[in-house]
Design a protein around this ligand. Structure first.
Ligand SMILES: [Zn+2]
Length: 176
């Protein structure tokens, strides 16, 4: 595994342990060249999903890209990284179990929105601003109004009991 800091190919695994109820292996790695430390996760990939962009272009689903966009939305928010991982895993499981191989990017965005709404309202608005391509301040006001009208799911329920499982709040799941 290449070092994300200095791009050395020389990194070493310091520790491996099961995580996410044995659904993943977490490895702590160290780079002897720069001293950088980072963590990787190994998971089962049940099927090769394809994302259909708004333009109609198809690209392979990339869990890391999904994690990156969620992480950006949650930047500096008080959310445990492990919880973000669980949330992303929950979304991927939803996608894998939908029975569809080709998934519209809007449907993925809608799942992320539902998950973030229960997890962190600030991240929800941040993500919505990108996902819905906000152009005006009134777009933000509209989303803030949605949050006020629909109280967030019990945040203590965590990523394993997300609001998107409730068909009434997950129109995008039905679209799949
Ligand atoms: Zn390095």
């Amino acid at each position: 595994m290449r070092c994300p800091y200095c791009a050395s190919e020389n990194t070493q695994v310091k520790d491996s342990r099961p995580t996410e109820e044995n659904a993943a292996i977490r490895r702590r790695r160290i780079c002897p060249d720069c001293g950088g430390r980072f963590t990787t996760f190994e998971r089962v990939q049940l099927r090769d999903l394809v994302v259909v962009k708004r333009s109609g272009r198809k690209v392979p689903f990339d869990r890391d890209k999904l994690l990156a966009s969620v992480t950006i939305a949650l930047r500096k928010r008080p959310i445990d990284p492990e919880r973000i991982e669980r949330m992303v895993s929950g979304i991927v499981r939803q996608l894998e179990s939908s029975g569809e191989t080709e998934i519209p990017s809007e449907a993925i965005g809608a799942l992320v929105m539902e998950a973030l709404r229960g997890l962190d309202p600030v991240a929800y608005v941040r993500f919505a601003s990108v996902y819905r391509d906000f152009r005006e301040a009134s777009d933000f006001a509209e989303v803030l109004g949605e949050i006020a009208r629909a109280p967030a799911a019990d945040s203590a329920a965590g990523a394993d009991a997300p609001a998107w499982r409730d068909p009434a709040t997950a129109p995008a799941v039905k679209k799949l």
